[in-house]
Design a protein around this ligand. Structure first.
Ligand SMILES: Nc1nc2c(ncn2[C@@H]2O[C@H](COP(=O)(O)OP(=O)(O)OP(=O)(O)O)[C@@H](O)[C@H]2O)c(=O)[nH]1
Ligand SMILES: [Mg+2]
Length: 334
């Protein structure tokens, strides 16, 4: 064992056990085998961890009075964003990432208003795209405005883009590149990692909380690629009558059981196949657990990690979905 930490994911490096975390064949290396393979070959290895360790890290953050950036994936906004307050009472900026995959027609100001209406107590809210370098300068100004010391923590669920954001900030504003490992799988970062951006600003990456209800935990690598939108989502609208159903790939089915003529708009990765059928004749996905939902006017039905469906009129629907995946109804974001 050495005291050296992997600069990619934050685990302690060791050269004794190939099957254990942090293994490297040579302790002179700066990164572990797993990070090496992810960075160089795009070979991803899933690590499943209990949330307990992560929650302990959040509790440590809570003990400091440092500014926190709370990162959320824009495709997955829900009322749970308040849950973070169970663990952390620090000053906090809410950062909605991955703007690039949301349709351009969505109004950023409206989304921010929407979140303010949920009744949140953030210092500020900002919408960014790490990938497209959108609002990164503005975010840095906000960080400078609100930080209480040199240290700024970056927290949020896994896969929302925490490490990507730190790498981007390093790339834009430091002579050094960020070396943090990023991947499309959950639990890439495994421990706290401090990265010095400048003499008066150190960013601290943290492992994400595993969002157990998120579909990304229950699909294989090839499906994961389809689910994770890479480009701006093109919403697909269906004028729908009761008795019809819509099936999304092999993942999700919604039957329109009762209601007058309605409009369902799907905000999901363009790579997913979405098709309409007669619900009485269609046998697809009927082996998945069924849920009956009553949905009011102008609601979104969010399927955690997959995206959401904007439903205009009131309706009764049945959904078929993996038992572990969360679905919830919110006032329409759009
Ligand atoms: N489209 C898009 N994808 C992004 C953006 N930022 C990050 N990603 C992608 O999101 C995935 C997760 O990124 P990471 O930086 O590893 O996320 P993380 O929050 O550090 O994840 P953990 O370490 O597992 O907690 C990767 O596939 C990134 O390429 C963005 O602004 N837009
Ligand atoms: Mg990370």
């Amino acid at each position: 064992m050495s005291d050296k930490i992997c600069i990619g994911c934050g685990v302690k490096l060791q050269d004794e056990n190939v099957t254990q975390e942090g293994y490297t064949s040579n302790l002179e290396n700066d990164i572990c085998n797993r990070c090496f393979r992810m960075k160089n070959y795009g070979e991803y290895q899933i690590v499943t961890k209990s949330n307990e360790e992560y929650i302990n890290i959040l509790k440590e953050v809570d003990k400091t009075k440092d500014l926190v950036l709370y990162i959320v994936d824009m495709l997955n906004i829900n009322e749970d964003i308040l849950e973070i307050r169970k663990y952390i009472s620090n000053k906090m900026i809410l950062v909605l990432n991955k703007r690039d995959v949301m349709p351009r027609s969505i109004n950023d100001k409206k989304v921010i208003e929407y979140i303010k209406n949920i009744g949140v107590d953030f210092q500020d809210i900002i919408i960014i795209s790490t990938l497209k370098n959108y609002n990164i300068d503005e975010l840095l100004s906000m960080i400078k405005k609100y930080k209480t010391s040199r240290n700024v923590y970056v927290v949020g669920s896994t896969n929302v883009g925490k490490s990507s954001l730190i790498n981007k900030l390093m790339h834009n504003y430091s002579e050094n590149e960020g070396d943090l490992t990023i991947s499309p799988l959950p639990s890439t970062t495994l421990n706290k990692i401090s990265i010095k951006l400048s003499d008066d600003l150190t960013l601290i990456d943290t492992p994400g909380l595993v969002d157990r209800g998120n579909i990304i935990n229950y699909v294989d690598n090839s499906l994961l690629k389809k689910i994770n939108p890479k480009k701006e989502i093109k919403p697909k609208t269906y004028q729908i009558k009761s008795g019809q159903c819509i099936v999304v790939g092999d993942l999700f089915r919604i039957d329109y059981v009762e209601g007058s003529k309605n409009s369902f708009t799907f905000y999901m990765s363009n790579d997913l196949k979405i098709k309409r059928y007669n619900m009485y004749k269609c046998e697809k996905l009927k082996d998945l657990p069924k849920k009956s939902l009553e949905i009011g006017y102008h609601k979104d039905l969010v399927i955690s990690g997959l995206g959401f469906i904007k439903i205009v009129g009131a309706s009764k629907v049945d959904t078929y979905l993996d038992i572990n995946v969360n679905e919830f109804i919110r006032d329409s974001l759009i």
